[in-house]
Design a protein around this ligand. Structure first.
Ligand code: 5GP
Length: 190
């Protein structure tokens, strides 16, 4: 998606460790008008899939998923990184390895929010090694739902996480793919 490539070129910063800082429009500060263009593209890609829910992970995914959900007219469910009292005893849980912090932590999803009639679109901001998307797939399937698509704004294709997910047979659509990232260059796939 050319619009997103240009926005990354104009506004993103490469931090040590290959972390792309997109805090001015995608994380932290969300440029809602810009993200609504990404949402239109996600809607175009998946509108035939009879999506019933969009599943994401807190926190960066929530804003993107919510803006997109307005077009699909479906709820957003997000995996929580903390288990508070409101979650109750009936929940699904699994472990995710954080790309940005390098540690593993548990994520939680109330059992009653996803069921066997759901056709789930999984959506997140980034795909790096694929841990977050795989965990979301696992949670959806633990709840008995069908994952009909997975999507991210930015795939770091040089890390191979996206290839793993495609090899498992899931549809994965990335709005842009970065094939090389260093302090001098952000190289995109065509
Ligand atoms: P994965 O689980 O695929 O290794 O990493 C994806 C998760 O890590 C996303 O939920 C995202 O929040 C975070 N992430 C991965 N790479 C980057 C990056 O370059 N910049 C930012 N801001 N977040 C990233």
């Amino acid at each position: 998606m050319e619009l997103l490539k240009q926005k990354i070129i104009d506004s993103a910063e490469v931090l040590p460790g290959g972390v792309l800082k997109v805090d001015s429009f995608l994380n932290h500060q969300i440029d809602v008008t810009f993200v609504s263009k990404l949402a239109e593209e996600w809607y175009r890609l998946f509108k035939e899939e009879r999506i019933t829910k969009i599943l994401t992970i807190e926190s960066a995914g929530i804003g993107l998923a919510s803006i997109t959900a307005l077009l699909f007219k479906v709820p957003v469910v997000y995996a929580k990184k903390t288990r508070n009292a409101a979650l109750g005893d009936e929940y699904l849980s699994t472990k995710v390895i954080s790309y940005t912090h390098g540690q593993s932590y548990d994520v939680f999803l109330a059992k009653n929010l996803i069921n066997k009639d759901d056709r789930i679109l999984i959506l997140d901001d980034f795909l790096a090694n694929g841990s977050a998307l795989k965990v979301l797939i696992q949670l959806a399937e633990m709840g008995g739902a069908e994952v009909v698509g997975t999507t991210v704004a930015i795939e770091k294709s040089y890390l191979g996480g996206g290839d793993d997910i495609r090899a498992l047979g899931y549809r994965l659509e990335s709005l842009v793919k970065i094939k090389e990232l260093n302090d001098k260059e952000i190289a995109f796939e065509d």
